[in-house]
Design a protein around this ligand. Structure first.
Ligand code: PLP
Length: 355
């Protein structure tokens, strides 16, 4: 019953905004995690103008190639065994190389198999070579027959959504020092860096969230940056119930009616990926107007205080959980999570449909 409609024209529009903001850079569209819940292959088709796609898993890249996607595909975490390496070579994937074992793995690959991005750990302490080890890793990689063309340089920022964070300046300085004068392309910027850090744009930007029309900045929404939400999450009212003042609603009776109340029960819950933690502060759109949630979100349902709706709410009416008119960022804030988590967290039960 719950469905997510994907507005492909919004995806294209958002790619246009990215291009305007990063005019000197090529765009590696980040489509991992089922394109942040929007549908991997349909999103890649909609973003045909992207210069490359980035995914986290070999399987994601294979799904793109099987669908006939011909752009470069970058594996953001590279490959971890010989089977993955061979699959990646056969499908012409580009690799991020972030650890010594991956360099060893590439020794066994056929000549000129891969374009490689060497990842510097400039301060996030997750993946990548420490600055002290970066030159040797680069030399080792550059000497491998499997590597096609120059070794390219890559890093990831931990706090680009907090532009005043001194650690971000430190990461940029670290990357600059490690890669100054080196041949090859460079890539640093995720969505937040694309918005906040012109010096991080480099040869390739790697937006994810912005393409889907949401903002990575605390307190902001996509529209603040000229973006349009690509996903509308919908369901419908499956029951309507008039309750008296004092009546308790839902698990734990966490919500108590303070007036004669008209409840609308909608067929969506945390089993669909709608956050249970939104129960206390969240709202939905009914007939385009905000209506607050009433009580705890259940697995398959949630209750809405529809008392203020005139004429009264009826079974079968559509309910919008997020989308145009109700930014996913707002739902995330009400739930105490980030919009990434909500978009990626749409469950199998939700039909994702293009438009
Ligand atoms: C290495 C890397 N680059 C870029 C991105 C895209 O990030 P965002 O969605 O914030 O633009 C991600 C996603 O987490 C990533 O892991």
């Amino acid at each position: 019953m719950a469905s997510a409609t994907i507005d492909t024209s919004a995806l294209k529009h958002n790619l246009g905004i990215v291009r305007t903001r990063a005019q000197g850079s090529r765009v590696m569209a980040v489509v991992k995690a089922n394109a942040y819940g929007h549908g991997l292959v349909p999103v890649a088709r909609a973003l045909a103008q992207a210069d490359a796609f980035a995914v986290a898993r070999v399987e994601e890249g294979l799904a793109l190639r099987n669908a006939g996607i011909e752009q470069p595909i970058v594996l953001l975490e590279g490959v971890f065994d010989a089977d993955q390496r061979e699959a990646a070579a056969a499908s012409r994937f580009d690799l991020v190389v972030h650890g010594a074992a991956q360099i060893e793995l590439l020794r066994g690959a056929a000549p000129a198999s891969f374009k490689v991005w060497l990842k510097l750990d400039s301060g996030m302490n997750r993946l990548g070579f420490d600055p002290a080890d970066f030159p040797a890793a680069r030399a080792a990689l550059g000497a491998l027959a499997a590597v096609r063309g120059p070794v390219h340089s890559f890093t990831h920022l931990a706090g680009a959504d907090e532009p005043r964070d001194a650690a971000t300046a430190g990461q940029l300085a670290c990357f600059e020092a490690a890669t100054r004068g080196l041949p090859g392309e460079r890539s640093i910027a995720n969505s937040a860096a694309l918005l906040n850090l012109p010096s991080a744009l480099a040869d390739w930007v790697r937006p994810g969230l912005l393409l889907y029309g949401a903002s990575p900045m605390p307190g902001a929404v996509g529209a603040d940056h000229g973006l349009r939400p690509a996903m509308t999450l919908r369901s419908q009212v499956i029951a309507v119930k008039a309750i008296r003042p004092g009546a308790r609603v839902g698990y734990g009776g966490a919500w108590v009616a303070s007036r004669p109340t008209m409840l609308a029960i909608a067929a969506i819950g945390y089993g669909d990926g709608y956050p249970r933690s939104a129960g206390a502060a969240g709202s939905v759109l009914l007939r385009g107007r905000r209506a607050p949630l009433a009580g705890r979100v259940s697995m398959d349902m949630l209750a809405i205080d529809a008392t203020d709706l005139e004429p009264a709410v009826r079974v079968g009416e559509p309910v919008v959980l997020w989308g145009p008119g109700l930014p996913v960022e707002e739902v995330a804030a009400a739930a105490g999570v980030i919009p990434y988590e909500l978009l990626c967290g749409i469950s199998q039960r939700v039909a994702v449909e293009g438009r």
